[in-house]
Ligand binder design. Structure first.
Ligand code: Z5A
Length: 212
C-alpha cells in the first residue's frame, strides 16, 4: 500500500471485545516512543472532545438507534476524530495508533447488526485517511469470555448484545482481513500479553518501510 499524502503513518488495532486491542495499542506506542519515534495513541469511538460526547451516546444502553443513524453517528465521531486528532498528528509526521477505526463499523454495524454494508463501504471510501497497517487481533470465544468476565464495569450497549451478534462481528473482521491482506495482518491474541506484543513487534519489523 502506498503511504498517503501525510508525512506520518496510521496504524489501527481491530478485533472483538476482550481481544486486547487497548493493551496492545498502548504497548506498541510505548515501544515505538522508547525507540525515539513520535507516537500518538488514540481510540474510537472517541479520540477528540466532540467524538467522546458521541461515544457516550453510542455506548449508553438507554437508546437503541436506527441502523442508519448508528452508522452516521459513528462516522460523525470519526470525522471529528480525523479532523481534530488524526490529521494534525499525521501532518506532524507522527505514527498514529488507533484502538479501532472504520473496520469496526463494518464488523459491528454491517455484519453484527445487519446494517447497510454498501453505505458503510461508501462512507469509508470518502474518508480522507486510510490505515497503512491494521492489526486484526483474533481470540477464541472462550478466551475472550474469560477476559471480559474479569472486568468489573457494567456492560455497555455492544457488550450486552448476545453471542450470535459477537460471532457475526468476528466473521466480519475475518472477511475484511481476507479481502485486504496487504493492509490487514491477523494476529492470534490467545497468548499472554507479552506473546501478542512480540507478534505485533515482529509484524512492525517486517513492515519497516511502511512504519518507521
Ligand atoms: N464500535 C462499533 O460498534 N462501531 C464502531 O465503528 C466502533 C466501535 C469504532 C467500543 O467500546 C465499542 O464500540 C465496542 C465496539 C463498538 N464494543 N464492543 N464490544 P470499548 O472501546 O469500550 O470496547 P472494546 O474496544 O471492545 O474494548 P475491550 O473489550 O476492553 O477490549 P480490548 O481493548 O480488546 O481489550 P483490553 O482492554 O486490552 O483488555 C481487556 C482485558 O483483558 C484487560 O483486563 C486486559 O488486562 C486483559 N488482557 C488483554 N490482553 C490479554 C492477554 N493477552 N492475556 C490475558 N489477558 C489479557
Amino acid at each position: 500500500m502506498l503511504p498517503g499524502p501525510d508525512a506520518g503513518v496510521f496504524i489501527t488495532f481491530e478485533g472483538g471485545e476482550g481481544a486486547g486491542k487497548s493493551t496492545q495499542a498502548r504497548m506498541l506506542a510505548e515501544a515505538l516512543a522508547a525507540a525515539g519515534e513520535p507516537v500518538l495513541c488514540t481510540r474510537e469511538p472517541g479520540g477528540a472532545p466532540g467524538a467522546e460526547i458521541l461515544r457516550g451516546l453510542l455506548l449508553a444502553r438507554e437508546h437503541d438507534w436506527s441502523p442508519a443513524a448508528e452508522i452516521y453517528l459513528h462516522f460523525a465521531a470519526r470525522a471529528e476524530h480525523i479532523a481534530r486528532t488524526i490529521q494534525p498528528a499525521l501532518a506532524r509526521g507522527d505514527i498514529v495508533i488507533s484502538d479501532r477505526f472504520a473496520d469496526s463499523t463494518m464488523a459491528y454495524q454491517g455484519y453484527g447488526l445487519g446494517a447497510d454494508r454498501a453505505l458503510i463501504a461508501a462512507l469509508t471510501c470518502l474518508l480522507p485517511v486510510r490505515p497503512d497497517l491494521t492489526f486484526m487481533l483474533q481470540t477464541s470465544p472462550a478466551v475472550a469470555a474469560n477476559r471480559i468476565a474479569g472486568r468489573r464495569q457494567a456492560l455497555d450497549r455492544y457488550e450486552a448484545m448476545g453471542t450470535a451478534f459477537h460471532t457475526r462481528v468476528a466473521d466480519g473482521f475475518a472477511e475484511i482481513a481476507a479481502a485486504e491482506p496487504d493492509r490487514c495482518i491477523t494476529v492470534s491474541a490467545d497468548g499472554t500479553v507479552d506473546d501478542v506484543h512480540r507478534a505485533v513487534l515482529a509484524v512492525v519489523a517486517s513492515h519497516r518501510s511502511r512504519v518507521v
